[in-house]
Design a protein around this ligand. Sequence first.
Ligand code: HEM
Length: 193
Amino acid sequence: MLNELLFRFASWLDTFQSSTDLHEALYMYSWVESAHVLTLMLFLGMLLVIDLRLLGVAFKNIPASKIVERLDKPMMIGFIVMVISGALLFYAIPVRSTQSIWFRIKVVLLIAAGVNAFLIRKMTRSSAMKAWDNDPVPPKRIRVGAALSLGLWTLVIGAGRSMAYDWWDCTKELPYFMYWAAGCVNEMAAFEQ
Ligand code: HEM
């Protein structure tokens, strides 16, 4: 049911001339993909510094709130550019992206990383932060959040990078479960005959 819905949505996006034009553009697609990759440095570079402070392993002599305050804006600008460039990459190749098991794993990881980031944001903007702001090693719940953040975003990058490889594309001979997990609706139908 969900696979059919996603496939129909992606096939509908594929009917737009601008989707094909973007994918077949001489330069634009590469520029959008370069923006997607290069912005990693801005977004995840800032996030790495914040998480290392919240883990209590670096910048220990600087109040955590100072680091969060200074790096939050560039980090959020990076995140917004990643989401916009990512959405354009998806729009350029909607069917292959939707039927990519790596893209599906990436979306699940993005949601988990987003929820974790929201919780860390809440904890680092509450008045309770004053109690540990100057502590070289923050409380355990903060450190767990920061460790989860580093782990989840690293997995997002891994899943994103793996999208380029066709190991488990619908065109391959795969077990039924993999066709289902990747949303290969036509191959599933052929399998059931
Ligand atoms: C905000 C966090 C995100 C991160 C850290 C991220 C990371 C990555 C990475 C590392 C790649 C591999 C680039 C390469 O080496 O070729 C990639 C590719 C891709 N990403 Fe993202 N991404 C993010 C968000 C998104 C979003 C929100 C979407 C779509 C809605 C998206 C869609 C894509 C697509 C379609 C590709 C494949 C491009 C290709 O192989 O041609 N990304 N992403």
